[in-house]
Design a protein around this ligand. Structure first.
Ligand code: AHM
Ligand code: MG
Length: 336
């Protein structure tokens, strides 16, 4: 296979589909470069003194204790993206409010959202983690960026992607014309395309859910998982396998590679907390990628990409992956 770089891919996409103007290309390349830096920091582990919780034991807006690498990765993304002139503002899982571009730099027309290091609980145990990002256009005529400017449904995303820091570092990207993967060539320091068009099989025998929450699940989720667990002699007539990495990036990457269904449902614990994952920088970018790869993504009732966000850090139930399974679990919610 003739290998092409991320840059060549972005330029050719623009020629073919006119979907990646120069500013957006710059944005994607800057994010990809930041992911290289994060990958390097992650790879150093204890040698880089990057493991453990932040000295201040600070909490983010969701009340989670921040890990050192959460903060390092957030800073890497902020610094990389401030000066290029391609952005109007950024927002992150690790920051309570939006981060407008400082006055000393020109303001661009894009908004960038990210979860700088997803799967934080896996950092110290050397299990795959990742960065998730979503790109929106600032509303026409916006002069001062506000949180409201970010509150656009996921269907408005112009690009989304993630980098997974595992045995290999892989960047997965969509700009609305399928899903491409790039593997980091560590010797050359470059992103090289290793998959031109990811496709999620419509059917699967593999599911992912944190089963320790089973006693809190609502009836449709319980029914769906019970039926899978009943195996060959149950209503589904086949055996299912279960995988749970506890890094959404790594679970989604597995599904993109060989199919599967990933669930983080709402449950009966806390009505103010509909699920765990955040809509704007976790569920939306992943839903965009999964749909572009032929899969589906819902909150149990509707397409995730159709949800009108109300808050920057809003949480949402997530069901995504192989289309026929997502359709089935969604139909169980509608029946209920
Ligand atoms: P984080 O952004 O604080 O790392 O939390 C999100 C993570 C997801 O990556 C993963 O799917 C989920 O939370 C794991 O949850 P659990 O701790 O219930 O296994
Ligand atoms: Mg996360």
């Amino acid at each position: 296979m003739k290998r092409i770089s991320l840059t060549q891919h972005l330029i050719e996409e623009q020629r073919l589909h006119n979907t990646i103007p120069a500013e957006l290309r710059l944005l994607i390349e800057v994010v990809a470069r930041a992911c290289k830096t994060i990958s390097h920091a992650v790879g150093k582990g204890a040698l880089g003194e990057v493991l453990g919780t932040s000295e201040a034991e600070s909490e983010n807006v969701q009340g989670e204790i921040q890990k050192k690498l959460d903060i390092i990765s957030n800073d890497i993304l902020l610094q990389a993206n401030e000066w290029g002139g391609h952005l109007a503002a950024m927002a992150s899982e690790e920051m309570e409010t939006i981060h407008p571009i400082p006055n000393r730099y020109p303001m661009g027309e894009y908004l960038l959202l990210f979860d700088p290091l997803d799967g934080s609980s896996n950092i110290d145990v050397n299990v795959s983690i990742g960065t998730i990002f979503s790109v929106l256009k600032a509303p026409h005529g916006m002069t001062v960026p506000t949180e409201a400017a970010f509150l656009q449904p996921g269907s408005q995303q112009v690009a989304a992607g993630y980098a997974v820091y595992g045995p290999q570092t892989v960047l997965v990207l969509t700009t609305g014309n399928g899903v491409q993967s790039f593997t980091l060539d560590r010797e050359m320091g470059s992103w090289v395309m290793t998959q031109k068009e990811a496709k999620i099989p419509e059917d699967t025998k593999e599911y992912a859910i944190n089963a320790s929450n089973a006693r809190h699940w609502y009836a449709p989720v319980k029914r769906y998982v019970d039926e899978m667990q009943a195996g060959k002699t149950g209503p589904r007539g086949k055996d299912f396998n279960m995988r749970w990495i506890a890094s959404m990036v790594a679970d989604v990457h597995r599904i993109l590679t060989r199919g599967g269904v990933f669930m983080y449902p709402a449950d009966a614990r806390d009505p103010d907390k509909p699920g765990k994952l955040r809509l704007m920088y976790e569920a939306n970018p992943m839903a965009f990628i999964v749909e572009q790869a032929g899969g589906a993504a819902t909150d149990g009732k509707q397409r995730i990409l159709d949800i009108q966000p109300e808050k920057l850090h809003q949480r949402v139930p997530v069901f995504l992956g192989s289309k026929n399974e997502v359709d089935l679990v969604t139909s169980y919610h509608r029946d209920a």
